[in-house]
Structures are given as structure tokens and as C-alpha cells.
Design a protein around this ligand. Sequence first.
Ligand SMILES: [Ca+2]
Ligand SMILES: [Ca+2]
Length: 359
Amino acid sequence: MGAAPDAPHTTGRPSVRNPATRATQLVLLALSLGLSACAGLVRPPAPPSQVNSLGMKFVLIPAGEFLMGSDESPQGLARDFPSYEPRRFLQLGDEQPVHRVRISKPFWLGQHEVTVGQFRAYLEASGHVPESVADGTGAYGYNPDYDPASTARGDAFEGRDPRYSWDQPGFAQSDQSPVLNVTWNDAVAMARWLSQQEGRTYRLPTEAEWEYACRAGSRTRYPQGDDPQSLVQVANVFDAAALPYWPRWQAYALAGSDGHAFSAPVGSLAANAFGLHDMLGNAWEWVADWHDEAYYASSPGVDPTGPEDGGVKVRRGGSWHSWALYARCAFRNWNTPQTRYTLVGMRLLLEAEDDDRRR
Ligand SMILES: [Ca+2]
Ligand SMILES: [Ca+2]
């Protein structure tokens, strides 16, 4: 599969350890249990979390094993995605074979995608110039007057154009929105800077760590099950709210509404069983690995880190503009490390230290 430079190939230290005394914690626990019993509710405990120097919240993901990838048949997919062209179900071969992967160490993963506000704070403190600005070619954006048919590639968005950048994708973004139009190189630079600032190791998750975190114990297409229509409860994707802006894609819009035509403030939709929000939808998320169509056939069984080299980096999870087929935990998409696009953002991983592993 070839890929144009930007276009989707399918269309300090922990600061929130509870300061309460042990006695206070016990009282709070007793009250909590009592209230839960009164209400007839048994809630799972919140996962351990911490907030870093930029206000980014991380949750602890336990070590474990999972089945990575998907071996769904084209026939099965056609049944559940009846309005899609059959050729789309034949383009998912890089999700096979399904293989068992062990994640040997716990890790902290951003509870949310990196936000516009956090990325701005990083730029101001570090002096980093985002690649779309540094190379002068700009990024991509939404322009209601733009006609994809007027361009050679038929991109859904206008660009590259210097008028668009990480803080200007052509639609309203707040400091709580996921940052978009950032390159893989920008994401790695932010992780390196945070590591230097805090004396800990930040990086992008590997593809395996990302899928393990997305599935959160599930083996279905989506963490909540296989039904594409149920996605609107947990993910901001291409839905009834987005359809009025792109009516020609009516066949691919979910019938329900997730409440967001464009990006959603991070954490607007429900978390998965690991306490992570927006793993599916909102912003595509760069991961560390190079993409290789055949990698799963030879992937190591423990902590795989992807091919040694390659030409394109993997991004995962789908976006606010993605159709449900492309917002599955197993789906793999990819672009060059220089790619910037109005659908692509990031989520960072913070490596666990020995103290964390005893939790
Ligand atoms: Ca949406
Ligand atoms: Ca996402």
C-alpha cells in the first residue's frame, strides 16, 4: 500500500499521591463502602494515577497478556458494515495473524490525548518549533468552501497550507481539545523534553502497549463489544453529528450521535476498563513502531517493539472523522514521521519505576 505524505491511507514526579492520613483514608473508605452499599452499587476502585509537570494525568496499566490483532473474515465484517465497499475488508491483512503478546512491565499511560493547552505549555517552556511551522509548509484544516475534487489527492481537508497548524485546524479548539496537526517527530520531541525536565522516561507507547491498553481485557472490535452502533457511547467518531458537514459520506456515518461534529474536549466520553478515555476516536495517536504489513507473523511474544526500521510510523485508534471500521482496537494506520494532519494527535507513556511495580 502506498501512502501520500499526509493523507490517511484509508480515506516532576508523582504529585497526586493521596495526602490524606491513613486514618482519614480508612474513614473515607468506610463512607464510600457504606454509600455504595446504600445505593446498591459496587464500583471498581479507581486505578492509581499521577499528574505530571504539565498537568497531564497518567494511569497505571498493569502488566499482562492479550491477543493482538484481528482475524475477522471479510464476510463477517460485511455483515456488520453492510454499507461499506467489499474491497475495504480485504485491506486489513496487516491485523493478522492474531498472536499472543505479553506486556511484561506495568506502565503509566496518559489518561487522555495530549491537549492543545499542554502542547502550548510545552512549546513555551521548551522553545520547540512544531514541524509544520519549522518547515514552512503548514498543516491541514477544515474549510467549508474547500472542494476535495479540486485537488489531485482528493484529501478531505485543505492543505498543506501555512494558515493551518497545531493550534489552527480550521475549526474551534479549546485548551482541553486534543492537539492535532502534530508530527511523529513533534511527539517524540515532547516526550524527550519531558524526560529531561522530570528525570523520568517518557515516550510513545509501542503498538503492542497501545492495543493492550485499548482492549483493556476485551477481545471484541471495541472495548464495549462488536456493535459499531454502540461506538457513539465511548468514542467521538464520524456520526450523525458530523454528517451534516460531509453529507457525501452518509453511508459511513453512525446512526447515533456522540455529540461532537469535530473534536471533543478530551475525556468527554466514557473511559475503558483501564480508566483511559478516547483511545478510540477523537485524535489518531502516534505510536513508536515502524509499520510492516507482515510484522505480526514474526513478532516477538514479549514486549514487541516493531520492525528495526521502515518508512512509515503507525498511528492508532481512529479520529473524530473516522468511520467505525477504522476505529477498532486492532486497526493499524500509518504515515511518514513528518506527516501532520487535522486528525492526528498523540498520547504519551511514562515508564514505571520499581516503586510503581509493587502497587
Ligand atoms: Ca463525532
Ligand atoms: Ca484517540
